[in-house]
Design a protein around this ligand. Structure first.
Ligand SMILES: Cc1cc2nc3c(=O)[nH]c(=O)nc-3n(C[C@H](O)[C@H](O)[C@H](O)COP(=O)(O)OP(=O)(O)OC[C@H]3O[C@@H](n4cnc5c(N)ncnc54)[C@H](O)[C@@H]3O)c2cc1C
Ligand code: SF4
Length: 631
């Protein structure tokens, strides 16, 4: 797998550095960027030379399509675009994928059970003897399946709705490995794939249309000074910018707000998925077995469920998804997961085995009601950035990829007749050409989505997840969703809504609840959080600006706002031990927040669940964050 740093990238592609182009490039966004830098400069007490370095012109490249995020959605979009270009275009479209993980798939977290349909659609000519066009060592057909309700020490069988059945149809994989493979396929058709590049900003033109992206500056110290390793981020101007950042992307968040893309739709609601991969004893391994569980350890007022998938050579994925719309601030999704593994349904498989990987990531649970408008001037949203998760199936990879295919078809139609970038030699001419071209706003993609299989399947299950959030509660939701998925199949005239409050605001004061006593980890089946983090390979330089932002970075003020009411909920919702409340005698509430940002595994939960919505996850330097394998 190629590893690109900013430096290699800059060397590897053509670029323009001209003061004139730099000023035009930032368009209406320039004032904001510049004022941010100025605040930085004053604070850091920089020399003239350092200021000059930090503000040096960015290298710029011009591409047809710039895709932010090299997950299943981004890569499927890129592959389809180049396939179309190679078969019926000029073969010269420049399609670029920018991925913050240093290795493709290195920050992918999933179950995962894959539906093969979209794979066959994307690779119709690939021969496969296993029923999905993937190398056979990457995919295990589901051959046995359970749906269980866990209560006490019991595991009670529950009938499985037909749309949830995986046996004989779907494949257990490590999505992280599969994404690495998709990256190779993308390069084969001519996509330019750049891992290790974090995208930090959108570029807007004078009409507020997205004109491209800016990659993150690297090598800045905590105090804001350029280090020896400093590398200025660069600009990618693109005819279309595709946001494929996965669930709750940071640029997607900006675009949703700027273009009011949620107008007339519901807010997004989320779950947190936590998982481990185990090597188990041969007698506990049941290749092709997939099980989903409800009930224990979650109480009636917390939505979620567990899973175990046996795949590959003696590997078992075990995980728990917890709906982030829980109200009790004492809930710890991490500790719920550790507790779940002690239920005999899980522990009898794990005993004598070895945990080799840990991961966590937020996922969308809002379904169709929460899908925003998909296009905006200059760009589109694909995959989990848009929220195409089928919650009852716990599957979003096929819908993410399908949305990429739909977006690619619409984009290709809209740009296929435009001048070929390779043929415009002069950089100024390219810039003038981009300035002159009409902004593309792809209504056709939104229309294609409404006619697609994604819409159909999300429509069918639209009432299942919200039925758990309303007055019915967990057990009522289970009964409603059982009837809906087994009999009604969504063919009812109503559409249930989620609570008006988002997942942070829905938290209730700790005073309404008793602290939850979780069992201590035994170090055999269950582990403390730092041991788990050590299995993620996560890394952020100690000496870089904190990518987790609270207002004014004032940790005492944060504690004053949050601690008295929610009693340290941040330290419980983060699955990586990043947030701690430490004693501080100078604080009026006796404590302040401490952010151990080096541990962050980029799950995005804090940006979702902070009760006052005042934690912002900013993209750190490219290559930072977890380096997952097998997740
Ligand atoms: C615990 C869990 C279990 C799941 N189980 C299943 C399952 O069994 N089957 C199934 O089909 N689906 C499952 N899903 C859902 C599935 O994983 C997602 O739907 C799918 O990964 C979405 O693909 P995506 O490409 O849209 O996003 P992602 O896979 O999240 O990819 C987004 C990529 O963008 C990168 N990125 C983000 N922001 C930036 C930036 N600013 N700059 C550069 N790069 C950036 C990220 O590093 C990442 O690589 C599960 C999810 C979870 C969390
Ligand atoms: S700091 Fe936020 S994004 Fe990072 S691991 Fe914790 S909750 Fe997830």
């Amino acid at each position: 797998m190629i590893k690109f740093t900013n430096e290699n990238l800059i060397r590897g592609i053509r670029m323009t550095i001209s003061a004139k182009s730099r000023h035009l490039a930032l368009g209406t966004d320039m004032t904001r960027k510049f004022s941010l830098s100025c605040r930085f400069l004053n604070k850091a007490n920089l020399t003239e030379e350092e200021k000059e370095l930090l503000n040096e012109p960015r290298a710029r490249d011009y591409v047809d399509v710039c895709i932010v995020g090299g997950g299943p959605a981004g890569l499927a979009t890129a592959i389809k675009l180049k396939q179309l270009d190679n078969s019926s275009g000029t073969g010269q479209l420049r399609v670029v994928v920018l991925e913050k993980s240093s290795v493709l798939g290195g920050q992918t977290v999933s179950g995962a059970i894959l539906e093969p349909g979209v794979w066959k659609e994307l690779f119709p000519d690939e021969k496969s003897d296993i029923g999905i066009p993937l190398p056979k060592e990457l995919a295990t057909l589901v051959t046995k399946e359970h749906l269980k309700f866990l209560k006490g020490k019991w595991a009670i069988s529950v009938p499985e709705p037909s749309q949830m059945i995986n046996k004989g149809r779907n494949y257990i994989v490590s999505l992280n490995q599969v994404v690495g493979y998709l990256g190779e396929k993308a390069e084969e058709v001519g996509v330019e794939v750049y891992p290790g590049i974090a995208v930090s900003d959108l570029i807007y033109d004078e009409n507020n249309a997205v004109k491209g992206v800016i990659t993150k500056d690297a090598g800045i110290s905590k105090s804001g000074k350029p280090k020896e390793t400093f590398e200025r981020g660069m600009e990618f101007w693109a005819r279309q910018t595709v946001l494929a950042e996965g669930c709750h992307g940071s640029l997607t968040k900006q675009a949703l707000a700027k273009y009011d893309l949620r107008k007339g739709r519901q807010h997004q609601t989320y779950g947190l998925g936590i998982k481990e991969v185990w090597e188990v004893k041969p007698e506990n391994f049941n290749k092709g077995f997939a099980a989903h569980t409800m009930g224990y350890p979650l109480t009636n007022d917390v939505y979620g469920g567990g899973f175990q998938y046996h795949f590959g050579d003696g590997l078992v994925t075990v995980g728990l998804v917890v709906g982030l719309d829980y109200k009790n601030p004492y809930v710890s999704p991490y500790k719920e997961f550790q507790k779940m593994k002690h239920h005999p349904y899980y522990s009898k498989v794990l005993e004598g085995g070895k945990c080799i990987a840990y991961a966590a990531r937020a996922l969308n649970e809002g379904g169709l009601q929460s899908v925003p408008k998909l296009n905006f001037p200059g760009g589109v949203l694909v995959g989990a950035s848009a929220g195409f998760m089928n919650v009852p199936k716990i599957k979003g990879t096929h819908t993410a990829m399908k949305s990429g295919l739909l977006a690619a078809e619409s984009i290709f139609e809209s740009i296929k007749g435009l001048p070929v970038l390779e043929e415009v030699e002069d950089e100024d001419a390219k810039m003038a050409m981009f300035d002159k071209e009409a902004t593309i706003n792809l209504e056709s993609y939104e229309s294609a989505f409404k006619e697609s299989s994604i819409y159909k399947e999300l429509y069918e299950v639209r009432n299942i997840r919200p039925s758990f959030s309303g007055k019915l509660g967990g057990y009522g939701g289970m009964i409603y969703s059982g009837i809906d998925s087994l009999i009604l199949k969504g063919k009812v005239p109503w559409t249930l809504k989620f609570d008006e409050k988002n997942d942070g605001e829905i938290l209730e004061p700790a005073s309404k609840y008793k602290p939850i006593e979780y069992p201590k980890p035994d170090g055999v089946i269950s582990f403390d959080i730092l041991t788990s983090v050590s299995r993620t390979g996560t890394y952020h330089d100690d000496d870089e600006p904190c990518h987790l932002r609270v207002p004014g970075q004032d940790m005492v003020k944060y504690a004053e706002r949050s601690f008295p009411v929610w009693k340290g909920v941040e330290s419980r919702f983060c699955p990586a031990g990043v947030y701690e409340f430490v004693k501080d005698e100078k604080s009026p509430v006796g404590t302040r927040l401490q952010i151990n940002s080096q541990n962050c595994i980029h799950c995005k939960t804090c940006d979702i669940k902070a009760p006052r919505q005042d934690i912002t996850w900013k993209v750190p330097e490219g290559g930072d964050g977890p380096k997952y394998t097998l997740t």
